[in-house]
Design a protein around this ligand. Structure first.
Ligand code: DAH
Length: 358
């Protein structure tokens, strides 16, 4: 809008005219505020009416021509007009900013309520789980868990266990030797017995879970790498009946109470007497529609009373100390309990198999 600059009559601009001009600036500005449709339009209105070179300033410049008694009224009105426009602008701007923000949020909305990318949970490998479970049972019976190296020497793996170089028992352990080295991959967990006894005085009660290796032809029941759990208890007056009690306790805890267990005489170089432990198992056979149930004794582990020669090898006095030992295959335990018929399934790591047993 143009400010009317009436030629001064010499007595100065009539104040009434300036007041009218201010009032019309006000109503024009307020209408512009009302019409502003966006925050940036509000900013334009502010620049147009309130900036240094705006219409209010123009009116103020003409005030110099007024008499000093007339100036305050015009100054006051100018301030009031500026305040009214500022206030209306602030209110309008706030309203518009709010709705613009709401519109932007609406436009940028991302629906996160849909199911996201599924992240499958892993599970503990059935072999690890079996080891954990067996360890838990034996811990409850007062055993602690010991470990030893998978790369062994001949003495720990054979000699100290009363298996000298020419012993026929060596034939049963198809040993994997390290190329260009006298070292070997342990064929059983029994060397951990030796290491435990060498490193601590009796009495002791340990179990030793771990990997073992044999040069076996791989088939449904043989793997070149498998797991064993060894047990050893040494004390005073330890008898075969203690061994039987511990083994029965374990089998009942792991496979179920009331399962019949039997001890069958056997031979191991490091135990005397030695036995093989069987448990009676229900076998369900399905042939077409016909389901037949039978019972069968299944071998679970080897065991026996520690041979005095083993005590001599580790420096325990066989006149004072007696003990028992046992050893079992972890895969075998898991296979029997879960009805798995092929050991290779454990190592193929097919998720469908692992998740069923995990
Ligand atoms: N070391 C034996 C094996 O690998 C298993 C075993 C049998 C361990 C009897 C024992 C034991 O401690 O007493 O075939």
């Amino acid at each position: 809008m143009a400010v009317r600059r009436t030629q001064s009559s010499g007595n100065g601009e009539p104040p009434g005219d300036l007041l009218t001009q201010l009032d019309s600036i006000r109503s024009e500005a307020l209408a512009a505020v009302e019409a502003a449709g966006s925050v940036s339009a509000c900013d334009e209105v502010r620049i147009r009416y309130l900036a240094k070179k705006g219409p209010i300033q123009d009116v103020m410049k003409l005030m110099g021509k007024l008499g000093s008694d007339e100036r305050p009224a015009v100054g006051e009105r100018a301030n009031a007009v500026r305040d009214a426009i500022t206030e209306a602008l602030a209110a309008r701007r706030a309203t518009l900013a709010k709705s613009e923000r709401a519109a932007r949020l609406e436009a940028e909305f991302i629906d996160i309520t849909l199911p996201g990318t599924p992240r499958p949970l892993g599970s503990i490998h059935p072999i690890t789980r079996t080891i954990q479970e067996v360890s838990h049972i034996f811990r409850g019976l007062g055993f602690s868990v010991a470990e030893g190296p998978e790369v062994e020497d001949d003495w720990h793996n054979f000699e100290a266990l009363n298996i000298p170089a020419d012993h026929p028992a060596r034939d049963m352990h198809d040993t994997l030797y390290l190329a260009g080295s006298p070292l070997l991959l342990r064929t059983h967990t029994s060397p951990v017995q030796i290491r435990a006894m060498m490193s601590q005085p009796p009495p002791l009660a340990i179990i030793c879970p771990g990997k073992t290796y044999r040069r076996d032809q791989i088939d449904a029941t043989h793997s070149a790498m498998f797991h064993q759990i060894e047990g050893l208890l040494v004390g005073k007056d330890v008898a075969f009946s203690h061994l039987m009690g511990v083994i029965e306790e374990f089998i009942h805890a792991f496979f179920g109470p009331d399962i019949p267990v039997r001890f069958r005489p056997s031979f191991f170089p490091f135990t005397e007497p030695s036995a093989e432990v069987d448990m009676l198992r229900r076998v369900v056979k399905r042939e077409g529609d016909r389901v037949s149930e039978s019972e069968a004794w299944t071998e679970i582990m080897g065991c026996g009373m520690v041979d005095p020669e083993v005590f001599k090898a580790v420096g325990y006095d066989p006149e004072v100390w007696t003990g028992f030992a046992f050893g079992m295959g972890v895969e075998r335990l898991a296979m029997i309990r879960s009805g798995i018929t092929d050991i290779r399934l454990f190592f193929e790591n097919d998720i469908r198999f692992l998740s069923q047993l995990g």
